[in-house]
Design a protein around this ligand. Structure first.
Ligand code: ZN
Length: 202
């Protein structure tokens, strides 16, 4: 498992809700947390490891010693957004790119935890920013979609560099073609299977 970089097609994939929380899902979450800590990130969504399901992990301190700050959310839904905050944001799929992004200041989120229990959390400030960023990922939305025109103008060079690196990795055979990646994502979704219309989160 590794973190995919923009413009890997998994990042634009709308992830499917998980219909079952089993040991495979728990192992997936544990591996994602390890990867997130290794990369010194605050959060990681399943799309970012090319696993097309609605699971995200986060720790607002990015500190593996502070496990009580860890959060694993499955099939998360934002029930309520309030207020507004603007701040610098980065993304593990866009190394070294930081942009000002406006987000809601507080959010109320409903999700499942790894024990399959429905939970509701109230997040504010940085935690709210991370939750919104990661839930966006699950819907194929990226932080650059929230940048104003000025932000977007200041980053086309780095975006093109990411695109070049993606194509080079494909030419070197280190990465399948975009079409083959799409096929792999579809195959993963079928493999997990479960009910065709998974239950809502609670
Ligand atoms: Zn991100």
């Amino acid at each position: 498992m590794k973190i995919v970089k923009y413009p890997h097609p998994a990042l634009r994939h709308k992830s499917r809700p998980l219909s079952m929380i089993d040991n495979q899902v728990r192992a997936q979450a544990a591996q994602m947390l390890e990867l997130m800590y290794e990369a010194h990130g605050l959060g990681l969504a399943a799309n970012q490891v090319a696993w097309p399901f609605q699971l995200l992990v986060m720790n607002d301190l990015s500190d593996p010693e502070q496990r009580d700050h860890e959060l694993v959310l499955i099939n998360p839904v934002i029930l309520e957004r309030k207020g507004s905050q603007e701040g610098e944001e980065g993304c593990l799929s866009f190394p070294d790119l930081f942009q000002k992004v406006r987000r809601a200041k507080t959010v109320k989120v409903q999700a499942y935890n790894l024990d399959g229990q429905g939970i509701e959390i109230d997040a504010s400030d940085l935690t709210a920013r991370i939750v919104q960023h990661e839930i966006d990922h699950l819907h194929g939305v990226l932080f650059l979609d929230h940048m104003g025109p000025v932000g977007r103008l200041s980053s086309p060079g780095s975006l093109r560099a990411f695109e070049r690196e993606h194509r080079r990795a494909q030419e070197r055979g280190e990465l399948p073609s975009d079409a083959d990646i799409e096929k792999m994502l579809d195959a993963l979704e079928k493999e997990q299977g479960g009910s065709p219309s998974p239950p809502p989160p609670m």
